[in-house]
Design a protein around this ligand. Structure first.
Ligand code: GLA
Length: 339
C-alpha cells in the first residue's frame, strides 16, 4: 500500500532557523550573508472544514521539523485569494501551497504568484487553465479520485449485500458537485463500481449540491427524496464526508431508520464526531486519506524547492482506506489524526 505515512520515511530535520551563534548570527552564516528565513503560505478554500484544519496541522509539523514558518490563511473567494498572495509577499514569504476556492482561478493565481516571485504548489483541487485543461505544469498533490470513488462504490455494495437488501427496494443517492473535477471523478468512480458490482443502473440517482457544505447536500438529498418516495433503503455517496452527512440528515428528517441507510464518505476527517455517536447513524464509514500527511508533504516539498531548488514532482496521488465505527479510532490514531 503506497498510502502516505506521516513521518515514517522522512529525512531527519535539517538544522535551520533558531540555531544561532552567540553573536546572534545564524550558525554557519558569514557576516552580511544571512539567508532569508523561509516562510510559506498555506491557503485553503474552506478553513472551517476539519480536512483543511488537519492539512494545516501537517504543514505545522513539517515547519517544526525543518524550522520554517507557515502562514495559514482561509481564501474563500477569488478576491481573498489575490489579497492573501499579496500579503504573503509583503510578509517575505517565498511560496505557498493552495487549495483554491475555484480551480478556474488557476491562471490568475499563477500570474499573481509570478509577479510576486512566489513558488506555488496546489493541493486537493488541481488548477484548470483557460482552455479547460488541467494546468499540469504546476506541482499538484491530491487524491486518486476515481480509485477512491470506486472503493466507496464497492464498499457500499458489500455492506448492502451483508445486510441482504433487496435491490428492487433500494436506490443510490449520489450527491454530486461536478464543476470540480476531483469531485466528479470520485462520484463517477463510485457509480462505475456500483454498476460493476451488479447494482441496477436505473436505481442510481445523481443530485447536485449547490454548495459543498452540509446544508448544500441536505438540500440536494431532499429534492431527490421528494422525487422517489417509494425507495425503502438508500445507499449514499458524495465527494466527501460533508456531502454524505447532509444526505444522512435529510433521510433522518424523512423518517428513515439508521439501518435503512448506508452512507460512505471520503476524507475520514469530517465524520469523527458522527462515528463517535453512541448509537450508529446512517453514516456507515469513510475512505480515509491522510490530511495531515498531505499538508506535511506539500509543505515539505515547497520548503525543499525554496531552500535547495529541488523541483517537486508535478503529480502526486494519495489513496484511501475504509474506516467504520469498528476501526476508526485505532486507524485515526495511527495516522496522527487523533491523539
Ligand atoms: C476537495 C474537497 C475536500 C477534500 C479534498 C481532498 O478539496 O472539497 O473536502 O476532500 O478535496 O483532496
Amino acid at each position: 500500500m503506497n498510502r502516505l505515512r506521516l513521518f515514517g520515511s522522512l529525512a531527519l530535520a535539517l538544522a535551520v532557523a533558531g540555531c544561532t551563534k552567540p553573536s546572534g548570527e545564524p550558525a554557519g552564516a558569514t557576516a552580511g550573508a544571512k539567508p532569508p528565513a523561509i516562510r510559506i503560505g498555506f491557503l485553503v478554500k474552506q478553513p472551517e472544514e476539519p480536512w483543511f484544519q488537519f492539512e494545516w496541522k501537517g504543514a505545522d509539523r513539517a515547519a517544526a521539523r525543518y524550522g520554517f514558518e507557515v502562514i495559514k490563511l482561509g481564501v474563500v473567494d477569488g478576491e481573498k485569494t489575490m489579497t492573501a498572495i499579496n500579503s504573503l509577499a509583503a510578509k517575505g514569504a517565498q511560496g505557498f501551497v493552495i487549495c483554491t476556492p475555484d480551480v478556474r482561478l488557476g491562471p490568475a493565481i499563477v500570474a499573481q504568484a509570478r509577479q510576486n516571485q512566489l513558488k506555488v504548489i496546489t493541493v486537493d483541487d488541481q488548477f484548470v487553465g483557460a482552455d479547460g485543461k488541467f494546468m499540469t505544469s504546476v506541482p499538484y498533490l491530491g487524491m486518486s479520485a476515481s480509485r477512491i470513488g470506486e472503493s466507496v462504490g464497492r464498499a457500499l455494495h458489500d455492506e448492502m449485500q451483508r445486510r441482504r437488501w433487496p435491490a428492487e427496494e433500494s436506490a443510490a443517492c449520489v450527491v454530486t458537485f461536478e464543476e470540480l473535477d476531483t469531485a466528479r471523478q470520485r462520484t463517477e468512480g463510485a457509480i462505475a463500481a456500483l454498476k460493476a458490482a451488479g447494482f441496477p443502473p436505473g436505481r442510481i440517482y445523481k443530485t447536485p449540491q449547490k454548495t459543498t457544505d452540509v446544508p448544500g447536500s441536505f438540500e440536494a438529498a431532499n429534492i431527490l427524496l421528494t422525487r422517489h418516495p417509494a425507495v425503502k433503503r438508500w445507499l449514499i455517496c458524495a465527494l466527501n464526508d460533508t456531502g454524505v452527512l447532509g444526505a444522512v440528515r435529510a433521510m433522518e428528517g424523512r423518517g428513515f431508520a439508521a439501518g435503512d441507510i448506508i452512507g460512505i464518505g471520503i476524507n475520514g476527517t469530517d465524520c469523527i464526531d458522527e462515528l463517535r455517536k453512541p448509537k450508529p447513524t446512517g453514516f456507515h464509514g469513510s475512505m480515509l486519506v491522510s490530511a495531515p500527511g498531505e499538508g506535511f508533504r506539500t509543505a515539505e516539498m515547497l520548503y525543499l524547492w525554496i531552500k535547495d531548488g529541488t523541483m517537486p514532482p508535478l503529480d502526486t496521488r494519495t489513496t484511501g482506506i475504509l474506516i467504520t465505527r469498528e476501526n476508526f479510532e485505532s486507524v485515526l490514531r495511527q495516522e496522527g489524526i487523533i491523539d
